[in-house]
Design a protein around this ligand. Structure first.
Ligand SMILES: Cc1cc2nc3c(=O)[nH]c(=O)nc-3n(C[C@H](O)[C@H](O)[C@H](O)COP(=O)(O)O)c2cc1C
Length: 315
């Protein structure tokens, strides 16, 4: 942990607003394991930052009480605060006040540990802080125990970084099962160094370059059904990060991906994010307008099936 010297305190306290202020990196540990690989990775990443210019704050998601999103949309209106009284506000305060963000999550059953998704599910609350979050440098790591068995963990890391409305500067997959095992060779340390550099200076290129979505840089695609094959052998794909559709084909010995932004982009530009917020807000009005029609649909299903619930609990 960075410790301030009195002189540095004075520097940090000067109200120049310039680069002499000690910056805070928020390390989001999405693993319940103390001194586990995620925690070590974030600390190593921090050690790669100029130590006189950065301090590290850590938050372990499994220690927070983050309830599931209620899907009530209340946080989009008025004060723009979630109606639930749990630790979301603690997280938001830490996120908003940080100068940069790094998240590390372990793979659990081919996906990210659920603490990260549970937090992301509360993501409508990020819109209240769009002004502060937009442009904030952010990086992430997916940490899996078995090489190749990371499943869709990196996609969740990338989605988390984009949907927190921060400036996604890079993400990496690293491997190691036992606590500390990631650092038994130099691969994960090199990844941490690349991400630290990306935080300070711009985008990072993962070791070895993979074909990416030209629109957002995502590297996970879904093949889309097509009625007939194309003459150039291209296949239809959609980027699972930014939802842009396009094609993938092999040409000149390389994979070429061509995508175009969807009609409803969530985060490609700040205006997209603002437009999406307005669209979401507009759904309240749309609900009132179509209330009768929707109620008729719902009513046909209300009495069907038998619910299994813990005793004495109703909903
Ligand atoms: C319940 C559970 C499920 C896991 N599932 C996977 C998996 O699907 N693929 C994989 O490569 N590693 C899997 N792992 C291993 C962890 O991703 C790996 O040990 C990682 O380094 C843990 O990070 P941590 O030390 O920060 O907790 C799993 C671990 C646990 C506890």
């Amino acid at each position: 942990m960075h410790t301030f010297k009195p002189y540095e305190w004075m520097q940090a306290g000067t109200l120049t607003g310039g680069d002499d202020k000690v910056k805070t990196l928020l390390g989001i540990v999405a693993s319940p394991r103390k001194y586990g690989n995620c925690e070590l990775f974030l600390k190593e990443l921090y050690l790669n930052l100029p130590q006189d210019a950065w301090s590290l704050r850590l938050i372990r998601l499994s220690e927070l009480n983050i309830q599931p999103c209620l899907g009530c949309y209340q946080c989009l209106f008025g004060e723009m605060k979630c109606v639930q009284r749990d630790d979301l506000q603690l997280f938001l305060d830490a996120l908003v006040s940080a100068d940069a963000v790094a998240v590390a999550v372990p793979t659990y059953f081919l996906g990210a540990n659920a603490s990260l998704k549970r937090l992301l599910d509360r993501g409508l609350s990020f819109y209240a802080h769009l002004n502060t979050l937009w442009g904030k440098p952010a990086v992430g790591a997916a940490i899996a125990g078995v090489p190749g068995l990371e499943g869709y963990t990196k996609l969740i890391v990338d989605s988390f970084l984009k949907l927190t409305l921060t400036d996604h500067r890079g993400s990496e997959v690293v491997y190691g099962a036992l606590p500390g095992e990631i650092f038994l060779d130099g691969v994960a340390k090199a990844a941490a160094a690349r991400l630290a550099e990306a935080l300070c200076g711009g985008g990072s290129e993962e070791a070895g370059s993979a074909p990416r979505c030209p629109v957002c840089g995502g590297d996970t695609f879904r093949f889309l059904p097509e009625t007939s094959p194309r003459p150039d052998g291209a296949v239809a794909v959609r980027c699972m990060l930014c939802s842009s559709a396009g094609t993938l084909k092999a040409a000149d010995g390389r994979i070429q991906i061509s995508t175009r932004p969807s009609e409803h982009p969530l985060f490609l530009t700040r205006e997209d994010a603002e437009r999406h917020l307005e669209w979401l807000r507009g759904m309240k009005e749309a609900f009132f307008v179509r209330h009768k029609e929707l109620k008729a649909v719902v009513q046909a299903y209300t009495a069907i099936g038998e619910w299994i619930r813990p005793e004495n609990r109703t909903r």
